[in-house]
Design a protein around this ligand. Structure first.
Ligand code: PLP
Length: 469
């Protein structure tokens, strides 16, 4: 494709994207296809001869869109948001065009230096302790996902723990990780990947991990000759957006010299608003902190920001040198290749830079507050109904609710919603209650969309209740 054609096609695709966003609310949120739907729609072999743009473009609506779950629809209320905005999309276009692989400072200095700067901007926006800034022993790095961050910090924590024990090959079998029974599945998975013991700490009645429950488990393991080395606390759990008691968990980790990692994948973005920042109190005890701007800060997937107070356990422990990786610059710490698992890395800081500059902190705060307000609107609708009940406190953009009565009623409603496909919600279960999670996800969600979702839920709940009679 030559430049003139690129411009032409680019305009066509831009128009398509704009139209998609403007009309996405009219599409069914969930696709109407069965597994394997694409098999009959695409040839089994790649084309020998180049196809024409008009055919490829035409196939978007025929082949791709029928199988898209519309995460940007104002009727998407599942999981947590996957944010995006025009500023971020523009940055992605540029990043994709430059296609530079900034694993070392020299391999693309702007790539490295903008990332240092953006991680400091964000750290200041969240009022993270100074030790997390790049000016000292600490610093920040962009990872692809929160799961990678949790795993990477486990590896750093393991290096630190093993450096304290002389007989490390024996010690490695004694290492233990702790997290709440409400923590994301990625914590358990990180333990499986690293082949270390995993403990699920029972949460309290509010689904928070307490210092007391953690201390009890840790002490038992120490008494049995094991080595507790890594605790993951969650701020904004996946099932219900509960917040672990950081001010209790932190001192326990400090007392036993255990690495404390905070997973604030979703809720982390809200800490840019002064009214939500107290939820982060206790972060001073943490060794590392992570949240996903790609969830709730309008930065396009993927962009997961991770800070460490002391990067040496990550950077020095896993450094492998080759002549082709050699840095002429003496400051090795500038090479981000040592802060992550792969060698290659994308220019992801560009989209943070575009979003922060083109939106400004004020607009991002308003966006977060709007989502919380809309969640409150939904909560009020639920509370005004005799049939439904709220199951968890509503602090962010998520409302957990259920039909009064036995779990089967809510399960039937969930099945009916999934079959109906107009709106998309997923379920949660905790303390033996089954409930639905309603999350405000799209940048475009309005009060009308909240009322629409409530109408659909009510309509389908009638069927669920009638089936019971
Ligand atoms: N941690 C929490 C608390 C989450 O809610 C999620 C996903 O929703 C994750 C981790 C996983 O995020 P990622 O897909 O970035 O690994």
């Amino acid at each position: 494709m030559e430049s003139v054609e690129f411009l032409e096609r680019g305009k066509q695709l831009m128009n398509y994207i704009i139209d998609y966003f403007d009309t996405v609310d009219q599409r069914k949120t969930l696709p109407d296809v069965e597994p394997g739907y694409m098999k009959s729609l695409i040839p089994e072999e790649a084309p020998q001869k180049a196809d024409e743009w008009k055919n490829v473009f035409g196939d978007l609506e025929k082949i791709i869109m029928p199988g898209i779950t519309h995460w940007q629809s104002p009727h998407f209320h599942a999981f947590y948001p996957s944010g995006t905005c025009y500023a971020s999309i523009l940055a992605e276009m540029l990043s994709n065009s430059l296609s530079c692989v900034g694993f070392s400072w020299a391999s693309s200095p702007a790539c490295t230096e903008l990332e240092f700067a953006m991680m400091d901007w964000l750290a200041k926006m969240l009022q993270l302790p100074e030790e997390f800034l790049s000016t000292g022993e600490g610093g920040g790095v962009i990872q692809g996902t929160a799961s990678e961050s949790t795993f990477l910090m486990l590896l750093a924590a393991r290096s630190k723990a093993l450096s304290k024990h002389i007989n490390s090959s024996k010690s490695i079998k004694k290492l233990v990780v702790y997290t709440s029974d409400q923590a994301h599945s990625s914590v358990e998975r990180a333990c499986l990947l690293a082949a270390v013991e995993y403990r699920s700490v029972p949460s309290n009645e509010n689904e928070e991990m307490t210092g007391e429950a953690l201390e009890e488990m840790i002490q038992k393991d120490i008494d049995n000759g094991l080595i507790p080395f890594y605790v993951v606390a969650t701020l904004g759990t996946t099932p219900s957006c509960a917040f672990d008691r950081l001010l209790e968990v932190g001192p326990v980790c400090k007392k036993h010299d255990i690495w404390l990692h905070i997973d604030a994948a979703y809720a982390g973005s809200s800490f840019i608003c002064p009214e939500f920042r107290p939820l982060l109190d206790g972060v001073e005890f943490a060794d590392s902190f992570n949240f996903n701007p790609h969830k709730w800060l309008l930065v396009t997937f993927d962009c997961s920001t991770l800070w460490l107070k002391n990067k040496k356990y990550l950077v020095e422990s896993f450094n492998v040198d080759r002549i082709y990786l050699e840095s002429k610059e003496k400051e090795k710490l500038l090479d981000y290749r040592n802060w992550q698992i792969p060698l290659g890395r994308r220019f992801r800081s560009l989209k943070i830079w575009f979003v922060l500059r083109l939106m400004g902190i004020n607009n991002l705060q308003s966006y977060i507050r709007k989502h919380v307000e809309l969640a409150k609107e939904f909560e009020n609708l639920v509370r005004s109904s005799e049939k439904f009940e709220i199951t968890h406190p509503v602090t962010m953009g998520i409302v957990c609710f259920r039909l009064k009565g036995d779990d089967q009623l809510t399960k039937n409603l969930h099945d009916a919603l999934y079959k109906d496909k107009r709106i998309y919600l997923i379920a949660g279960a905790s303390k033996s209650r089954y409930y639905l999670r309603f999350v405000v996800c799209s940048q475009r969600t309005t009060s009308d969309d909240i009322n629409y979702a409530w109408k659909v839920i009510n309509e389908l709940s009638m069927t669920s209740l009638r089936e019971r009679l």
